[in-house]
Write a protein that binds this ligand. Structure first.
Ligand code: ADP
Length: 587
């Protein structure tokens, strides 16, 4: 987060009038809405959220205990901004973009600091800059001037900041530079460094938002197969405690085919975030073998950190995502959990004594959530490249009740809904995403991609699976009343097929070396094998073979081993041919 920059306007300092948790009021402060201020003798970072006459209300992003009336408040005159430039990746930040390792060095602890400022990107480190334009070239805002190998996996593009004028390049050279050294000069008089700042509450400009048509492939069968999210799409994962939100988010962070992952841990328990902080740096990007962190930026605001910073961590995350989008990258942002952010809004709102809306959340809850998700999308950037930001928000409804305001308001906005289900989790069906309740509004617009890249009959085969699972759902009601044996044989067979769909296809073990990731081709072939069983079985039934005999063929249980099969192509070829031989052998 940016240090205050002295502006030319002379600003009067204010004085604290009252302190109520994260909400502080000050008098005599010359400020505008959303200005960043430093509060109290320690200079805690805060943001102006209300101005009434001579009284200014500030939400403070740091713990305020011990801060009292009469202490000074200093206005920076600047909105809350992030520092952007090389060095964002492979870094772990707190909620106000202070690198946690730097804080640790300065404070001896990552979580007990106050009033310590650290720049969001390393100002001393040098980077190897290689120009991609020459002197005499004309450049416009957003245009790429040169490149920096930021990490093993990612080339950072140094761009003309969007709020610059642009012009003809008068000087540019390659070399080792710190982020604040000038790498290019323009005839407009503008000097360009690798360091940009951007106000977090303002979406970075783009030329156009386009309709996304490429999936963000997750390697998770139920997602890619039934409820895909687009690159540039939005998804919500609501689920009660213990239902698998975190495992799903981690799986996406590891496996989604995004170039960059921004992981925002917002108000979750410290130990969960610690797990992320400790785990991620150890992990390899399964596709490249390079460290996963080299394409990842982690923002960690745990439940023991001040609540107001939950909001800033969400906005910081999305702004960093947009910055990489501007370079032409596909970025996936995961926010775990947006409910904790909403709770922070509720707390601040109640301290402000605003008129409460549903369940005490402020009336602007829906607007804030939609403002955040609106920043996702597939964009034509101002420099002509195409980039995307996909946003996946976890929601933690108390008691798993999806009718509560945060879940409901989120559902009105996002286009993919992965409903986690406590019953499935209890039955150890993982990922415990409920296939009856979940949906994806991207299915149709993504179908052409699956048809071109995976299989021509992808939509039909998927529809067959959906119909079979629907039918199972209806049949289950009857089974509960009269028992399975009372059903006609064809319905018994449908139940058997549906069981394989659930157990062999929808279940996927995140902790199994092979099963953890399933490429779309394998997802399709696995489904195809179950359909082979289905088609052969129904033919046999029609020929008069009793259903028990069909169910009992030796090859059938091998369907359950497809997920963990390493040489899946061969495994499935053989299985399909054995299923056909054995079932046909019955008549
Ligand atoms: P939440 O974040 O919703 O509280 P977690 O993501 O921590 O829940 O999941 C709880 C537990 O469920 C995990 O520790 C793990 O044992 C199990 N689990 C969840 N998803 C999977 C999965 N895809 N594969 C295997 N186990 C899973």
């Amino acid at each position: 987060m940016s240090q205050a920059q002295e502006t030319e306007t002379v600003r009067e300092d204010g004085r604290i009038n009252s302190v109520s948790g994260p909400v502080v009021t000050a008098t005599d402060l010359d400020a505008r809405m959303n200005d960043v201020v430093y509060v109290g003798d320690e200079g805690l970072m805060g943001e102006v959220i209300e101005i009434e006459g001579n009284e200014t209300t500030i939400q403070v992003y740091e713990e305020t205990s011990g801060v009292g009336p009469g202490e000074p408040v200093e206005n920076t005159g600047e909105p809350l901004s992030v520092d952007l430039g090389p060095g964002l990746l492979d870094t772990i930040y707190d909620g106000v973009q202070r690198p946690l390792d730097e804080l640790e060095e300065k404070m001896g602890s990552a979580f007990l600091d106050r009033g310590v400022d650290a720049p969001g990107i390393d100002l001393e480190r040098t980077w190897e800059f290689t120009p991609t334009v020459s002197e005499g070239d004309a450049v416009e805002p957003g245009d790429v001037l040169g490149e920096v190998p930021e990490t093993e996996s990612i080339t950072h593009k140094v761009m003309v900041p969007p709020d610059y004028e642009g012009g003809e390049v008068t000087a540019i050279e390659s070399g080792e530079f710190t982020v604040d050294e000038v790498v290019a000069e323009l005839d407009s008089g503008e000097a360009i460094t690798m360091h940009q700042e951007w106000p977090v509450r303002e979406a970075r400009p783009a030329r156009e938002k386009e309709t996304p048509t490429i999936p963000l492939v997750s390697g998770q069968r139920i997602l890619d197969g039934l409820f895909p999210i687009a690159k540039g799409g939005t998804a919500a994962i609501p689920g009660p405690f213990g239902s698998g939100k975190t495992v799903t988010q981690h799986q996406l962070a590891k496996w989604a085919d995004a170039d960059i992952v921004v992981y925002v841990g917002c108000g979750e328990r410290g130990n969960e975030m610690t797990e992320v902080i400790e785990d991620f740096p150890e992990l390899e990007d399964p596709k490249t073998g390079k460290p996963l962190m080299s394409r990842t930026c982690l923002i960690a605001n745990t439940s023991n950190m001040p609540v107001a910073a939950r909001e800033s961590c969400i906005y910081t995350g999305i702004t960093i995502a947009e910055y990489f989008r501007d370079m032409g990258y596909d970025v996936a942002l995961m926010a775990d959990s947006t409910s904790r952010w909403a709770e922070a809004m509720r707390e601040i709102s109640s301290r402000l004594e605003e008129m409460p809306g549903e369940e005490g959340y402020p009336a602007y809850l829906a607007a804030s959530l939609s403002e955040f998700y609106e920043r996702a999308g597939l964009f034509q950037n101002i420099n002509g490249t195409q980039g995307s930001v996909s946003v996946i928000g976890a929601v933690s409804p108390p008691g798993g009740d999806f009718s509560e305001p945060v879940t409901q308001n989120t559902l009105r906005i996002v286009k993919t809904f992965w409903a986690l289900d406590a019953d499935l989790a209890e039955r150890r069906h993982f990922p415990s995403i409920n296939w009856n309740e979940s949906y994806s509004l991207y299915r149709q617009q993504l179908d052409p991609w699956f048809v071109d890249n995976v299989a021509e009959d992808w939509p039909e085969v998927r529809q067959w699976a959906v119909d079979t699972l629907d039918e199972e759902d209806e049949l289950q009601e009857i089974v509960q009343l009269v028992g399975k044996d009372a059903l006609p044989e064809d319905q018994q067979l449908t139940l058997e097929v549906a069981r394989y769909l659930r157990e062999a296809w929808l279940q996927q073990n995140a902790f199994h070396d092979v099963d953890t990731f399933c490429e779309p081709e394998k997802t399709y072939r696995m489904l195809g094998a179950i359909k082979t069983f289905n088609d052969e079985a129904f033919d046999a039934l029609e020929a008069g073979v009793p259903v028990e005999e069909i169910q009992d063929v030796d090859a059938a249980p091998r369907l359950n081993r497809m997920g963990t099969a390493e040489e899946w192509d061969e495994f499935i070829d053989e299985l399909e041919s054995d299923l056909a031989d054995q079932i046909r052998g019955l008549y």
